[in-house]
Write a protein that binds this ligand. Structure first.
Ligand SMILES: Nc1nc2c(c(=O)[nH]1)N[C@H]1C(S)=C(S)[C@@H](COP(=O)(O)O)O[C@H]1N2
Ligand SMILES: [Mo]
Length: 263
């Protein structure tokens, strides 16, 4: 149903992965306690020397980047600080208009009907049931102005509102010792995140954008907003979520992006 748009700038997966690795590396380099990790990830050439892989053709570059990406997942997960907050901004710093992005064009944005909407909750939770929108709107509300970073090469500051995801997980009786929370969306998108990020204080079950009900283009009726993760990790139009110990993957991750996707 959703015709995927052309990949951004027709970059190869190797290029995209290299970019996300560089984003990770740059971030690590700015943190003094993480200098060593930053240096280790700094260049593909250096990595190739460290591991003794020769990067002579596209296939070997791809295989190599996949291996680095996995190593990167473990390293990022180990380095993730559950208490470290992403920067917040002022109203005046909000990017207007805030960009739209999806794997399809804006004309194909799914129009989810509010009336029949039900959020399905499954997996390792004691409260497996469906939630209606009025029930979700009645939950405690928090706001954040944070930066969204997309690996396609743009970032923008936006204001999202909703209920802290950690509270919601407790409310549904989630097993927070499980490894993953997975998401299914009203388009063909799907994502999954690590439990420490799910419990991070800035991870928001998002129902509004800039004080208004979340518009269709930004993920009506609901998205997950995580300022600690890159844009593609933030699923829009969520219709189902589940807690699991079985790795669920993700739409872009299954095409070669880094799974942890820290920003
Ligand atoms: N359901 C769904 N969620 C999605 C996507 C998508 O195509 N479908 N694209 C991701 C990507 S790559 C980005 S950058 C952001 C864009 O969110 P925005 O439209 O609010 O800017 O949504 C993410 N979540
Ligand atoms: Mo993105």
């Amino acid at each position: 149903m959703y015709k995927p748009k052309a990949p951004p700038g027709r970059k190869s997966i190797a290029t995209l992965d290299r970019e996300s690795i560089l984003i990770d590396a740059k971030r690590e380099l700015t943190m003094p306690s993480r200098r060593l990790f930053g240096k280790r990830l700094l260049t593909l050439g250096g990595l190739s020397m460290l591991t003794g892989c020769s990067l002579t053709d596209n296939d070997s570059v791809n295989a190599f980047l996949t291996a680095v990406s996995r190593l990167n997942d473990h390293a990022q997960a180990a380095l993730f600080d559950p208490k470290q907050l992403a920067p917040t901004y002022t109203e005046a710093q909000i990017t207007r208009p805030f960009p739209f992005n999806a794997f399809y064009g804006i004309d194909d944005v799914p129009q989810v009907a509010a009336a029949g909407y039900k959020l399905k909750i499954g997996g390792l939770v004691s409260g497996q049931r469906e939630w209606t929108l009025p029930e979700l709107y009645a939950l405690p509300h928090a706001e954040q102005i944070t930066r969204h970073i997309c690996v396609e090469g743009w970032s923008a500051i936006g204001r999202w509102g909703g209920t802290p995801f950690a509270d919601f997980l407790r409310r549904i009786g989630a097993d927070t010792s499980a490894k993953y929370v997975g998401f299914k969306c009203a388009d063909d998108y799907y994502e999954s995140i690590d439990m420490p990020t799910a419990l991070h204080p800035q991870t928001l079950l998002t129902l509004s954008y800039d004080g208004e009900r979340l518009p269709a283009k930004y993920g009506f009726p609901m998205k997950l907003r995580m300022p600690t993760k890159l844009g593609y990790k933030n699923p829009k139009h969520i219709v189902e979520m589940f807690v699991t110990n079985t790795y669920p993957g993700g739409y872009w991750v299954d095409q070669g992006y880094n799974w942890f996707g820290g920003s």
